[in-house]
Design a binder for this molecule. Structure first.
Ligand code: GLA
Length: 385
């Protein structure tokens, strides 16, 4: 939606002109999937697909929210922020407001219009983008300075403890801390991070959504977390580790006998994926894109066979991508069970890639995949209108 159009919608809905635009990014993750909550390193980047919040401060104790494409206005009474957990739309915002208030910061009444261009349920972290952009709006209107890392942690707390999704820190961190044309190598146990230029030369990343209908992703995600927690407890009987991500592939081979069934498979994925992240970052820094692509493929296979979070749709999309001559590698990103893949594709081959993969996917699955034009951008932006 154009800025002008969004401002017009705001005026129609709230009878006043917005004064500010707060935005936060959706994200991709180059590699390091399902390891953030195991203390591993992840390698996400912030996208041009964003949650745009057009805003105006009113100063009373009501937060009014409207959303592009959805009728109606949702109101939050700032004296009852604990009572909106059941909201289908607006619960992320209420959670963020609730935890900011718990910090002793006043939530100042305001009107917010959401133009979110991160597709919902796509694995590109629309929820993190909503949480982070909303938190920025509240902090700005309260007139307090805020640290972007703390914003990410607060947004994660809202998602964990208010919305009930036990996610790690990757999405909110990327949404808040992303940097134009860089991926963020984030150590999720220490929150140390490093920006690495995402320079792919003649290649680019193509983001494709398999468009599988959203179904119980949160509950399946929470089950995976429990499984790796079980694995960690068993491993701790022999190794003095705090996080599963600390276990090296060599150590894992020696203590694997402690685990069995799905718990063993899940743990193996985490250990090997952490190893792949280090290798992938080295490959990228050395300009070895062939190796990076190979590691992306390996990551997908591990998410398919060991972590079991892919499914027919994502496997088909990634498999078709890999058959393309101009593609170096392809994998699912995010929680899985649907959502998006990223593929490293030669720039001159992108058009044919999208056409052929798109057609073959539809022939095989029965509905279309979506392909997005993406670029890597900053996380949070704040603009006076
Ligand atoms: C979701 C979660 C993240 C992370 C990924 C999997 O996006 O929100 O914290 O666990 O899944 O890597």
């Amino acid at each position: 939606m154009e800025k002008k159009e969004a401002i017009k919608s705001f005026e129609e809905l709230f009878g006043a002109t917005p004064t500010d635009l707060f935005t936060a990014a959706g994200r991709i993750n180059v590699i390091g999937e399902h390891v953030d909550y195991c203390g591993g390193k992840v390698f996400p980047a912030a996208l041009n697909l964003r949650c745009n919040v057009y805003a105006r401060k009113r100063g009373d104790s009501t937060v009014r929210m409207a959303f592009r494409g959805i009728d109606g206005i949702v109101e939050l009474d700032t004296s009852k922020l604990d009572s909106y957990r059941g909201l289908k739309i607006g619960n992320y915002q209420a959670g963020v407001a609730y935890f900011i208030q718990q910090e002793g910061v006043e939530i100042v009444g305001c009107d917010l219009f959401y133009d979110c261009t991160v597709p919902f349920g796509s694995g590109l972290s629309s929820s993190a983008a909503i949480e982070v952009a909303t938190a920025v709006a509240f902090y700005e209107y309260a007139g307090v300075t805020y640290d972007k890392v703390k914003v990410a942690l607060l947004a994660q707390r809202a998602e964990n403890q208010y919305a009930g999704v036990n996610c790690g820190i990757m999405d909110q961190f990327a949404s808040a801390m992303g940097k134009k044309d860089h991926a963020v190598l984030l150590n999720c146990s220490t929150l140390d991070y490093e920006y690495v230029p995402l320079q792919l030369g003649e290649y680019c990343l193509v983001v494709a959504n398999c468009n599988k209908p959203h179904n119980l992703v949160e509950s399946k995600y929470n089950v995976r977390r429990q499984e790796v927690e079980t694995a960690l407890k068993l491993i701790q009987q022999k190794l003095p580790v705090e996080h599963l991500a600390e276990v090296t592939p060599k150590q894992f081979a020696e203590i694997k006998y402690l685990l069995s069934g799905v718990v063993a498979k899940r743990a193996e994925h985490v250990v090997m994926e952490c190893d792949r992240v280090n290798k992938a970052v080295e490959a990228l820094k050395a300009g070895d894109l062939g190796e990076l692509g190979r590691l992306l493929n390996e990551s997908h296979e591990s998410l398919r066979d060991l972590y079991e979070v892919t499914g027919k749709e994502l496997d088909t999309l990634s498999g078709l991508a890999r058959k393309e001559a101009g593609c170096l590698g392809s994998r699912m990103i995010g929680a899985g069970f649907g959502g998006c893949t990223i593929s490293i594709v030669r720039k001159t081959a992108v058009e044919g890639f999208i056409r052929r993969v798109g057609k073959a996917y539809q022939d095989s699955i029965g509905y279309k995949a979506s392909f997005y034009e993406t670029s890597i951008e900053d996380g949070i932006t704040v603009e006076k209108l």
